[in-house]
Design a protein around this ligand. Structure first.
Ligand code: PGA
Ligand code: ZN
Length: 434
């Protein structure tokens, strides 16, 4: 066990595959005492314009231009000489050095994926060197707390090849008293939904985040199916399990038509005000407790209207809107826009910057939801991050498929480790409208 300070001995990087079969960068940080921290960068599909740049070998024929050999080279040639022999335990100093080395606002020189994999590998190496669980070694980890999980059950939008316009139709097991109970509820409702789809001869193929990806007659049919699946699992929609949407509305907005184009169900173009009115309708008809990216990332007036109409009753989550950036979140706070922020590490590029955004959220009463990406890996770092930062919620996709359940399973192990003292956000993690 290494105590005072943890010295970095070496960094290595390699190209591995993510859960979709695309390459991604993996970084190993080894300390002078021989401890290892290993991290893999995730990748988004519906990306915000303000996200950190993802470096890929666009001009190469390998992996159709998706290779990450240039990111790997950046670690070997530039990052390793900078960080070797440095103290890993000062995460803020490490991340500041990475940002300075890159020198651009969007990490477009070395790549946000490069820097994030290094940043997380350093944090993991410190925990390994100290011989403590990762959630105890991360900055701000004095009183761990397990998050309420948001499970994606039905996929659409850019995450699936079906006819649903919205990206994610999710459930929140609000009444479950413990994290493990919430996982059981999520999995049971997932399986009842699968039976319902099978019985009606509907496809049970899944989308990128593990949610079922059926063709349905309308977007609202997905909400009806969730209600039916919750009831079939013996639970009461609303009381036991809430519904949540990720509209990913930036992908629906067409600047030429100055409106939100629903291609399928029903096919029509909505103005911001019409879309807000539809959300109000759906919230009346269904027990929807959370709406993410209900409007596009640059539609601040629309967001303001949505926040005025629903912000006191429904959790309104800014994903593309804030892109995990503290400065943009501050702008949201000033304008009274949204009341929760999605935290995606690779949107911003280093752990320290994400922690700062979470700090801004907490100081202003915004909920933080630690989130995975469509292109996930077997890396379960976000589970420990959610626990260490007492994030009230986590969103890692369906309770199905390896790259998804590795996060939920890690949380189950943490719950066991914390034993009777395990604190769980549960329904309290979901405070809007109560
Ligand atoms: P993404 O999807 O990783 O494709 O951005 C997740 C989300 O929008 O929440
Ligand atoms: Zn989203």
């Amino acid at each position: 066990m290494e105590s005072n300070g943890v010295r970095i001995d070496s960094l290595r990087a390699r190209e591995v595959l993510d859960a979709r079969g695309f390459p991604t960068i993996e970084v190993d940080v080894t300390t002078s005492g021989g401890a290892l921290g290993r991290a893999q960068a995730p990748s988004g599909l519906s990306r915000a314009a303000a996200e950190a740049f993802e470096l890929r070998d666009a001009r190469s024929e390998r992996h159709n231009g998706h290779g990450v050999q240039s990111a790997v080279r950046n670690v070997t040639r530039h990052v390793a000489p900078l960080l070797e022999k440095q103290d890993a335990s000062n995460q803020a100093a490490i991340d500041a050095a990475l940002m300075e080395l890159d020198g651009t606002t969007k990490k477009s020189d070395l790549g946000g994926n490069t820097l994030l994999a290094v940043s997380i590998a350093v944090a993991k190496a410190v925990a390994a060197a100290r011989g403590v669980p990762l959630y105890r070694a991360l900055p701000g980890s004095d009183s761990p707390s397990l998050p309420l999980p948001m499970f994606n059950l039905i996929s659409g939008g850019t995450h699936a090849d079906n006819n649903l316009d919205f990206q994610e139709f999710m459930i929140l097991p609000l009444a479950a008293p413990t994290f493990s109970d919430a996982v059981r509820v999520g999995a049971e409702v997932y399986q009842s939904l699968k039976s319902i789809l099978k019985e009606s001869g509907t496809s049970t193929a899944v989308g990128d985040t593990g949610g079922f990806a059926p063709n349905l007659r309308a977007n609202v049919h997905a909400l009806e199916l969730l209600v039916a699946a919750i009831e079939r699992a013996g639970l009461t929609p609303g009381r036991d399990v809430g519904l949540a949407l990720d509209a990913a509305a930036t992908t629906l907005y067409h600047h030429a038509n100055r409106g939100y184009e629903f291609t399928y169900s029903p096919r029509r173009t909505y103005s911001s005000a019409e879309l807000v009115a539809s959300y109000e309708d759906w919230v009346r008809q269904f027990p929807i407790v959370s709406i993410e990216d209900g409007l596009a990332e640059d539609d601040w007036d629309g967001w303001q209207l949505l926040s005025e109409r629903l912000g006191s009753r429904v959790q309104l989550v800014g994903d593309d809107l804030f892109a995990t950036r503290a400065s943009t979140l501050r702008r949201g706070v000033e304008r009274g826009v949204a009341n929760a922020v999605l935290i995606k590490l690779n949107q911003v590029g280093t752990l320290t910057e994400a922690l700062e955004t979470m700090h801004v959220a907490r100081s202003n009463g915004y909920a933080t939801i630690v989130s995975g990406r469509a292109g996930e890996t077997e890396d379960d770092f976000i589970a420990d991050l959610a626990v260490a930062t007492r994030a009230p919620q986590i969103k890692a996709g369906a309770p199905c498929r390896g790259e998804r359940v590795t996060k939920y399973n890690r949380l189950l192990r943490i719950e066991e480790e914390l034993g009777r003292s395990a604190e769980y956000a549960g329904r309290a993690g979901f405070s809007v409208g109560r």
